[in-house]
Design a protein around this ligand. Structure first.
Ligand SMILES: [Zn+2]
Length: 252
């Protein structure tokens, strides 16, 4: 198995909010880490042009990734226009084929923003199509289909406001410092939200959610995940082998 993990999310800062602790743990056991976003976050501003904020946020995402020696990729779609269509499926699948991950993390199918949900669908299809021969997208097919995991939705709530119960937790207590530093790299978002909320909501909300998951898992801080277990995808939870001391499984 190639020890490569890909966290592929919609916007710069999603990975840092939702799975950076787990990515950092994987880095610690010798995995090479890739972080990708479908958009450069071109609408996350009240002051800059699309081009300016995209360039700022690509740099912020690259700085955050560099803290765990991860490689950053941007697929250059636009915020609010992440679509489940032919071009997007091809571009997403081509990235997955290029990186050749054994493990993939992405956003869950039900989340607060449609960009997140479309990302989830695109990554699901991209993983399914890694080995499909008659899909000529400039990158050769590979097998097997990666292990696919969905992060928590933002605030742990689905589209209807229901709290989502993860199927397992990763204990990230040892990684909270680096996770916080990674999120702090997204200065433009932190400042923007600080102006909106008049407090440092950005960092606080990530820490609060990680602590809530930690309380549920019986540790200080945790990240919650649900594994994609549809036909054609790996059925065992490989993370239990890779990070045995850090995985807590939720009893049904
Ligand atoms: Zn997002």
């Amino acid at each position: 198995m190639q020890k490569t993990v890909l966290g592929i999310f919609a916007h710069p800062d999603d990975a840092e909010m939702l799975c950076a602790g787990t990515l950092s743990l994987l880095k610690g056991v010798g995995w090479s880490v890739h972080i990708a976003t479908l958009s450069p976050g071109d609408k996350g501003t009240a002051e800059y042009s699309k081009e300016e904020i995209s360039s700022i946020r690509r740099k912020e995402a690259r700085s955050a990734a560099s803290l765990i020696d991860a490689t950053y990729h941007c697929l250059e779609f636009e915020d609010a226009y992440i679509l489940y269509d032919r071009e997007s499926i091809n571009r997403t699948t081509a990235l997955v084929r290029k990186v050749k991950p054994a493990v993939v993390f992405t956003l869950p199918p039900s989340d607060y923003m449609v960009d997140h949900e479309m990302t989830s669908l695109l990554v699901r299809t991209a993983c399914f199509c890694t080995g499909v021969k008659n899909m000529d997208i400039g990158e050769p097919p590979f097998e097997p289909v990666p292990w696919l995991y969905y992060s928590d939705p933002v605030e742990g709530k689905d589209t209807f406001g229901n709290h989502v119960k993860p199927s397992f937790y990763v204990d990230i207590s040892s990684e909270m410092e680096i996770k916080t530093k990674m999120l702090e790299c997204h200065e433009s978002q932190r400042n923007w939200l600080r102006e909106h909320h008049k407090m440092d909501n950005y960092i606080i909300s990530m820490q609060k959610h990680s602590k809530e998951r930690g309380d549920e898992a019986g540790t200080a801080y945790a990240e919650g995940f649900i594994q994609h277990l549809g036909h054609g995808y790996p059925q065992d939870n490989i993370l239990r082998e890779i990070l045995p001391e850090y995985i807590m499984v939720n009893q049904p």
